[in-house]
Ligand binder design. Structure first.
Ligand code: ZZB
Length: 261
């Protein structure tokens, strides 16, 4: 599986995270520290409204260069070390570990997003066994993301977040004859999905959303307005890579949990 690793830079750390990094004696001064989100949909990055971590996953800070640090699962860092992403082949230098819980509320910069600053929010359904364990949220085009932000906004106190962090409007990115310009919102409604726990319906919704965008979708935002998603996808990906905001991240097939399993 080929993902695009999106660099989502941390602009402001939550207090808990600062304490943990202080204890680990990590020098973060003047460094570019990014959470790495693995995505199959680089063309949707204009519509990022937050970035999800699992409160139950432990993430690592890995040294990528003297000035750059990536945050992801240890599994992903190991994979990256065999893809010329870390300085030494087979090695990912761990600087500190941090719980997803401690990252919630961090102020971040999501490349290409129309929102200049967004927040890290919790998503309970993230799998540690897939991607980087970090998921960037595009509620306009990802049914899982839309269901999650609706849930977070509804129960903000329970999740220990500010309601506004989960209330940014989904942005139209792609239009299709069948679902209009907020595909995920339309499909979640059509399948009567009530919460992120509606697993089977969400899996079905995702399948429909992928196919609809890829075969029928046209871009309505960004550098490739009017172009087919099928074509624009790689162009946006290449632009992100050229800007230093992303890189190709491959996942060995055997390690990917299949959608049906
Ligand atoms: C942004 C995005 C925008 C995504 C969209 C999807 C969609 P798949 O198809 O099952 O391989 N993802 C990545 N890692 C994880 C994880 N560890 N746990 C849970 N979800 C994860 O899923 C790949 C997609 O699932 C990735 O692409 C990521 O969300 C999420 F408009 O990134 B995506 C119709 C989907 N639309």
């Amino acid at each position: 599986q080929e993902y695009t690793g999106i660099k989502i830079q941390i602009l402001e750390w939550p207090v808990e995270a600062k304490v943990t990094l202080g204890k680990a004696a990590v020098d973060i001064e003047g460094k570019k520290i990014s959470m790495i989100a693995a995505t199959l949909r680089p063309e949707t990055m204009y519509g990022q409204t937050c970035c999800f971590v699992s409160p139950n996953i432990t993430y690592g800070l890995y040294e990528i260069s003297p000035t750059e640090i990536y945050i992801c699962t240890s599994r992903a860092a190991k994979n990256m070390s065999f893809q010329k992403i870390t300085p030494v082949r087979g090695e990912a230098k761990l600087l500190a570990e941090i719980s997803g819980r401690e990252l919630i509320g961090a102020k971040i910069h999501a490349p290409l997003s129309v929102y200049r600053e967004v927040r890290v929010l919790p998503m309970d359904t993230i799998l540690a066994s897939k991607g980087t364990g970090v998921v960037t949220s595009v509620p306009s085009d990802s049914p899982d993301d839309y269901a999650t932000v609706v849930e977070l906004a509804k129960k903000a106190d329970y999740y220990g977040i500010d309601k506004e962090w989960a209330s940014l409007e989904p942005i139209p990115i792609i239009t299709s004859p069948t679902y209009g310009d907020l595909t995920a919102v339309a499909i979640v409604k059509e399948l009567k999905i009530q919460s992120p726990k509606d697993k089977e319906l969400l899996a079905k919704a995702k399948e429909i959303a992928y196919k609809d965008a890829f075969y029928q979708g046209t871009m309505v935002i960004g550098a490739y307005i009017g172009e087919k998603v099928e074509i624009a996808k790689n162009k946006v990906k290449n632009d992100l890579i050229a800007a230093g905001d992303a890189f190709v991240y491959n996942e060995p097939e055997s390690l990917v949990i299949s959608r049906s399993g």
